[in-house]
Design a protein around this ligand. Structure first.
Ligand SMILES: C[S@@+](CC[C@H](N)C(=O)[O-])C[C@H]1O[C@@H](n2cnc3c(N)ncnc32)[C@H](O)[C@@H]1O
Length: 291
């Protein structure tokens, strides 16, 4: 197992903002709330893994692998005769991924810190390119998917989960919209790098087609998410604010402003309150394609 630091993503590339974001407080928060995040992203990832069907002996790439949960799942599926490379921009999250791989005593997995859009990934080396919510942050998605396709063997396949539109994902969209409103910011364009950049299935299909993929299948996966379990609502909205579009402004605001922002968010999610948390729907696409 190894963890090779590269400087590729440190330069002022198009994905520099993402690099800053995922290596900053949001990445730290992602690590500290890993178990809770797993509760709501896990089931979507399981469906994507089923669609990916990793088989013993295969080589897989896990794109935007974060803390490595799906990288380890892939490693178990491909077994000792296969292997998995988990790639991500975030050192903080990769460190956690390496700890988990070591604790699981998996020796067929390596992690690399790199920008999956621009870094050389090898040519025709993987049977499977997989991602759970790690492919929506590229400044140039067509270039990124072209790079990913080049890494696939001709007989290989792509499988990933990405989020549907904000209105189908109130658990992310409501806090984000309330924060933008509170801080007087304009929402970014719907196709800007971020969780919803591939939400429009026509755009998603076009990006993959332009990147050279065939046999593209886009299937909806919709679930009810139970959020803020075991958290105070105040703490949950605090985390959503830090991870959201206004995260940096919120983090640098006074305690009083932060508290007012949280109050606004709490009122925006009140209709979704249940006894032990919040119940909100989440909707993803499960995408498969061939190079
Ligand atoms: C929403 S998180 C998902 C993490 C993980 N796959 C999971 O399901 O828990 C998105 C991940 O994509 C990574 N990421 C964003 N842009 C990237 C890029 N250009 N190259 C590699 N990783 C990237 C981020 O650092 C982050 O870890």
């Amino acid at each position: 197992m190894g963890h090779k630091q590269t400087d590729d993503a440190r330069e002022e590339t198009d994905n520099y903002q993402q690099d800053r974001f995922w290596n900053g407080p949001a990445g730290q928060l992602w690590v500290s709330s890993h178990e809770e995040t797993e509760r709501h992203t896990g089931p979507f990832g399981d469906v994507a893994l089923l669609a990916a069907a990793p088989a013993p002996g295969e080589r897989s790439l896990d794109v935007g692998c974060g803390c490595g949960t799906t990288t380890l799942a892939l490693a178990r599926s491909v077994g000792a005769t296969g292997d998995v490379v988990g790639v991500d921009l975030s050192s903080i999250m990769l460190d956690r991924a390496m700890e988990l791989a070591a604790a699981a005593k998996l020796t067929n997995v390596v992690f690399r810190r790199l920008d999956a859009q621009t870094a050389p990934l090898g040519r025709h080396v993987f049977d499977l390119v997989f991602s759970r919510f790690g492919v929506m942050f590229f400044a140039d998605p067509t270039a990124a998917f072209t790079n990913l396709r080049a890494s696939l063997r001709p007989s290989g396949r792509l499988a990933f989960a990405c989020w549907q539109v904000p209105s189908a994902n109130p658990w992310m969209a409501l806090p984000s919209r309330a924060a933008l409103q509170f801080f007087g910011l304009t929402a970014p364009p719907h196709d800007a790098p971020g969780p919803f950049s591939l939400a429009d299935p026509d755009r998603l299909r076009r990006v993959l087609t332009d990147a050279g993929f065939n046999d593209i299948d886009i299937t909806p996966e919709i679930r009810t998410l139970t959020l803020a379990l075991g958290h105070s609502l105040d703490n949950w909205v605090h985390e959503r604010l830090l991870m959201g579009l206004a995260g940096e402004i919120y983090a640098n605001s006074s305690v009083e402003i932060q508290s007012r922002a949280r109050q606004l968010l709490i009122s925006s999610v009140e209709p979704y309150q249940v006894e032990d948390g919040l119940e909100m729907s989440g909707a993803s696409w499960i995408v498969t394609a061939r190079p």
